[in-house]
Design a protein. Structure first.
Length: 91
């Protein structure tokens, strides 16, 4: 995935923070950075084999978040979501 696609997927993140997080994930071995030898320069990111082992953990965490966001909403509490499409809460 290209950096621009990641930025579109997370519109509230600054370019500086995105770059910082990508570097940390790369240093931790969770993602691979692929640099293409071309002009203009092209860089893509992909999950490493190690990063793919986080899949079940992250799915469980997302599921937990969805359940609790709906519970909060149903109690009348304010719920701010980055992405509305994950949770059954009216806009």
């Amino acid at each position: 995935m290209r950096t621009s696609a990641l930025k579109r997927a997370i519109p509230s993140i600054t370019q500086k923070m995105l770059t910082q997080q990508l570097r940390e994930l790369e240093n931790d071995g969770i993602i691979n950075r692929i640099v293409y030898d071309q002009v203009p320069p092209k860089v893509e990111y992909e999950l490493s084999e190690y990063g793919e082992t986080l899949g079940k953990i992250l799915s469980s965490l997302c599921y937990w978040g969805e359940l609790h966001a709906e519970k909060m909403y149903n109690r009348g509490e304010s719920v701010k979501l980055e992405r509305q499409d994950f949770v059954n809460i009216p806009s």
